[in-house]
Design a protein around this ligand. Sequence first.
Ligand SMILES: [Zn+2]
Length: 76
Amino acid sequence: MPIYEYICDGCGYEFEELQGMSELPVEVCPKCGARQVRRKMSVSGFHLKGTGWYVTDFKNSGKGSGGSGSSKEGSK
Ligand SMILES: [Zn+2]
């Protein structure tokens, strides 16, 4: 459920409401009772900061090059 931020133009009271999609927006200020509440567009609580996902692979696939080719040929 998204959290909506409201601000009352009458008294300046700011509050948040957890509301579903089907619920009506708040119109009356819960503090002073004025019908001058407007919804702020910023939705707080759902900001995921720091989505940098760095994967540094340090996999040196060094194949063993130790096979020294010393092929001795038997001379007869
Ligand atoms: Zn108010």
